[in-house]
Design a protein around this ligand. Sequence first.
Ligand SMILES: [Zn+2]
Length: 139
Amino acid sequence: MTRKCPYCDYTTEDASAFTCPHDHSPLAEVRVAALRLSFQDGTVVEVGPGEEVRLGRDPEWSGHAGWLGAFARVSRRHATVGLRGNGTAYVVAEDDTRNDTYVDGAAVRKGLSTTLGDGCTLRLSTQLSARVSLPEEAR
Ligand SMILES: [Zn+2]
């Protein structure tokens, strides 16, 4: 869980930290509002906490099959992205994909959950990429 100082830019993943080392202010818990994927063609896919979205060209499997149909190298059942309730985002490359899924240029192992960090790049095959962002909940 990430905590953040309300007065300066200090953030920490340290579960035992409750005050800012700079101004000694109580740290506030950061809540991730969504996993946002901004694809190169302008399409934005948002996933809420506790939700998963399937990405592929099979219309019976993915609600995004329509626009993904323009990318022939994206598999029919390519990958699932999700956001856990604790704010951790992930991607799972589906077992039946013939084309790889990459996070920051490295191919992910199929069937395993790989963490998506704020600012990383998710790529489906060599054709389609998205910038990952994890916007915080408005206070
Ligand atoms: Zn501070």
